[in-house]
Design a protein around this ligand. Structure first.
Ligand code: UT7
Length: 319
């Protein structure tokens, strides 16, 4: 008997404060028109002065996913948190999520850093735990990149937002996650970078990105990995009901839809109002699509993400 990880529930959390393109145009030399046309973002949610943290956002998204799955926190047997912006080097975000949700101390918990690909990587790892015997696993993607953005650099500060998304994976005899494929290319490790404050104490914490190079790599590598994921299951492009992409740039998303011969009506888009929320981007989009009724049980979803590392991956999921 084959055991699958089925997505039993989804949840997400966005900080209340919204930063618009007009707000940004007051800080750096940019325009709503440039950001909308070149990237596809109008608004992004930011932690700002709200008191939210990476951990508090993760906890709230997790709470909602567990509730949506019809479970209680103590049903969770493992917590995996994809994040590049933990509140602490240690303890892990996952251990504090465990504490905040009152989950049994027997439940293992750890963070995984694959930057914007953090959720896809975490999903892939969690899937393996379910296939080898766990019943309910909590997977969270969360980031607060606005805390490390250089607010004087117009080429990056307009791109990012904060948020969290989560899913509960449940062991099932019914098909769920069919396949996940992960890749990385460390030869481009500095293409997107944020240095540790411990080793570079004299430099301000900030995110740098070689936007053009990353754009080109993202289109090429994501195109390859989505085809690889379908081929691994012997499926062709018509099998996909929904593409749920990393929300980094609308033009990258459009290139993926074209490669998959998918009309944009079959692509879940949250970039306009979320911006790039890094590891939270895919689970936020998934939760949005589930709660708005776009994605329905039994449909085939293709999830993909690309980010620092460089790292990228895709997941083929029967929802
Ligand atoms: O999530 C991790 C993965 N990240 C990504 O996938 C992001 C990939 N990269 C991108 O999405 C795009 O490369 C960016 C959105 C970052 C930049 O867009 P672009 O079309 O590649 O712009 P560019 O860097 O080639 O810059 C074109 C022009 C430049 O001006 P000049 O040199 O032609 O005069 C930039 O200085 O646009 C200028 N520019 C801006 N102008 C107005 C750059 N940022 C801005 C801005 N407002 N915010």
């Amino acid at each position: 008997m084959t055991i699958y990880s089925r997505i039993a529930g989804t949840g997400s959390y966005l900080p209340e404060e919204i930063l618009t393109n007009e707000d940004l145009a007051k800080r750096v030399e940019t325009t709503d028109e440039w950001i909308t046309k070149r990237v596809g973002i109008r608004n992004r949610h930011v932690i700002g002065d709200s008191g939210d943290t990476t951990t508090s956002m993760a906890v709230e998204a997790a709470r909602r996913a567990i509730e949506a799955a019809g479970l209680v926190p103590n049903d969770i047997e493992l917590i995996v948190v994809g994040t590049a912006t933990p509140d602490y080097y240690f303890p892990s975000t996952a251990c504090t999520v465990q504490k905040e949700l009152g989950i049994s101390s027997e439940c293992p918990a750890f963070d995984l850093n694959a930057a914007c690909s953090g959720f896809i990587y975490s999903l892939s790892v969690a899937d393996r735990f379910v296939k080898t015997g766990m019943k309910n696993v909590l997977v969270i993607g969360v980031d607060s990149l606005t805390q490390m953005v250089d607010w004087t650099d117009r080429s990056t500060c307009v791109l990012f937002g904060d948020g969290a998304g989560a899913v509960v994976l449940q062991a099932s005899e019914e098909p769920g996650i069919m396949n996940t494929i992960l890749h990385a290319d460390g030869s481009q490790n500095m293409a997107i970078c944020s240095k540790s404050a411990i080793w570079f104490p004299d430099e301000p914490i900030k995110l740098t990105m070689q936007g053009n190079e990353v754009f080109r790599s993202a289109v090429t590598k994501l195109g390859e990995v989505v085809e690889e994921t379908l081929a691994a299951e012997g499926l062709d492009k018509t099998a996909i009901d929904w593409l749920i992409p990393h929300q980094a740039n609308l033009r990258i998303i459009q290139a993926m839809a074209k490669r998959l011969n998918l009309p944009m009506e079959q692509v879940v888009l949250t970039i306009e109002n979320h911006g790039n929320t890094s590891a939270a981007s895919v689970p936020l989009a998934l939760d949005h699509a589930v709660r708005t009724g776009q994605v329905k049980r039994g449909q085939t979803l293709l999830l993909e993400a690309f980010g620092a590392g460089l790292s990228w991956g895709a997941a083929l999921v029967i929802y």
